[in-house]
Design a protein. Structure first.
Length: 419
């Protein structure tokens, strides 16, 4: 078992290069199912979730090579349109192959994802949206079986702007006959990135990035090239590291315009930010002087649920009381119990969180409960007195490329060791 040992230490200083977005790369990879031939993706992060998606696509017949951050995917004429339980249970995001499989093969058999690190995670919005395009979908023996004689464009109204449900229906709609209008669509930058890749392939899409996406189905798509957008959650992670450890960081290759509200909150907490087109210079010299703010997660462009563990960790050492609420995943709180074990003064009421900043956290042995919660505990260690041990770091490796190495290069005292 590998663990991360973290000690509070010097200020962070230096330059960090942001990787491609996990939540873009996974969907770009799935989109390659839509076309026969070789597509190329750039800026694909070297993380476990990408490896799992590659395994899954290979099992369907796609040939994949991943050199540095470039991935080539060669999709055959005939696919095996199936995702077995073993792969689905390793990564919930595998559900995003359902839409492209239906679009391309008019059939799919995909294991139901079930719950995950955040608890209950339904997929009703995905299935209802695909049914609106004419797919017949049954769920038996733990599998979703979907088929259609033809997918027909339709008005699809999502009950909630689900990020991956929007992507699933978008990928099915590009090869459907006629016009599809997705109402109440998710507006996340990753949805827009996917739409850009599909457009490169020859799809006709308007409105991606807004709550109304219109798709004019085409008969065929062709292979294409695309570079994944930078990971906004990784950017947020390094900004939070700075807020906890203090120092000065140049965050390179990011998109500040994808995280406006977060940057406003961080500025209100006392971090000085200078934004240029692809970089953020962040300064926070007075460690321990973070100001309290209230934060509530919302679908994009609101504060992302993925930022909440970092914000709550920062607020746990802020100079006063903050209120937070997690409005997307009410089960995403297990990191809070670990923060409390490190001395944080946090009270949880339903999905609301009251945080009274303490002067200092105290190091403890903690367990990463999920990807973002795990990263937040490492960041907590940057400011805690003593030596923090973070276990179950496979969660962190799912979504961060060289997380501990990047932190160490900025001067953090973080070591990965085998236990
Ligand atoms: N929901 C339903 N029914 C559905 C789908 C969603 O009720 O059919 C509910 C969920 O239970 C949740 C809310 O809608 O309460 C939001 O879920 P959404 O579908 O938008 O999330 P997701 O698509 O499953 C993606 C990211 C998450 C990120 C969320 C929110 C990927 C692979 N995952 O999940 O990223 O937190 O959007 O932006 O894109 C992560 O990177 O660690 C991660 C969890």
């Amino acid at each position: 078992m590998e663990v991360l040992i973290v000690k509070a230490g010097p200020y962070l200083k230096g330059t960090v290069q942001i990787a491609g977005a996990k939540n873009s790369a996974l969907k770009l990879m799935a989109a390659c199912l839509l076309v026969e031939g070789t597509s190329r993706l750039e800026n694909v992060p070297r993380i476990t979730d990408v490896e799992i998606m590659a395994e899954l696509l290979s099992a369907m017949g796609v040939e994949i090579s991943h050199n540095l951050n470039t991935m080539t995917l060669t999709t055959p004429c005939e696919l095996k349109p199936e995702v077995p339980y073993e792969l689905m249970q390793r990564m919930r995001a595998s559900i995003v192959v359902l839409g492209p499989l239906l679009g391309r093969s008019l059939q799919a058999k995909v294991s139901m994802p079930g719950g995950d690190d955040f608890g209950h995670r339904p997929i009703d919005i995905h299935l209802n949206a695909l049914r609106s395009l004419g797919a017949e979908i049954t769920t038996t023996h733990g599998y979703i079986q979907a088929k259609a004689k033809k997918l027909i464009g339709a008005k699809v109204i999502l009950d909630y702007p689900s990020h991956t449900a929007t992507e699933n229906v978008l990928m099915a709609a590009v090869l459907a006959r006629g016009t599809t209008v997705i109402e109440n669509a998710a507006k996340e930058p990753e949805v827009q990135d996917l739409a850009e890749f599909l457009t490169q392939m020859g799809a006709h899409i308007a409105g991606a990035g807004t709550s109304r996406i219109e798709v004019e189905g085409v008969d065929n798509l062709c292979p294409a090239m695309h570079s994944a957008i930078p990971d906004r959650v990784e950017t947020a992670t390094f900004l939070a590291a700075l807020g906890l450890a203090g120092g000065k960081l140049l965050i390179k290759g990011t998109r500040a315009d994808h995280m406006d509200i977060l940057l406003e909150k961080l500025a209100a907490m006392g971090i000085t930010l200078t934004v240029t087109k692809n970089d953020i210079l962040a300064e926070f010299e007075e460690q321990g002087s973070l100001q309290p703010v209230d934060v509530h997660s919302l679908p994009y462009p609101g504060i992302a649920t993925d930022y909440m563990p970092f914000l709550v960790t920062m607020l746990s050492v802020a100079k006063g009381i903050s209120l937070a609420s997690e409005n997307l995943f009410p089960g995403r709180f297990r990191y809070i119990d670990e923060l409390i074990r490190m001395g944080a003064n946090i009270r949880l009421e339903g999905h609301h969180i009251a945080i009274k900043g303490v002067d200092c956290l105290s190091a403890a042995r903690v367990r990463a409960p999920d990807l973002r919660g795990g990263a937040a505990l490492v960041l907590a260690g940057l400011t805690a007195q003593g030596e923090t041990t973070v276990e179950d770091i496979f969660h962190i490796d799912r979504g961060y490329e060289y997380f501990d190495k990047k932190l160490a290069m900025l001067g953090a005292d973080v070591q990965r060791i085998k236990r």
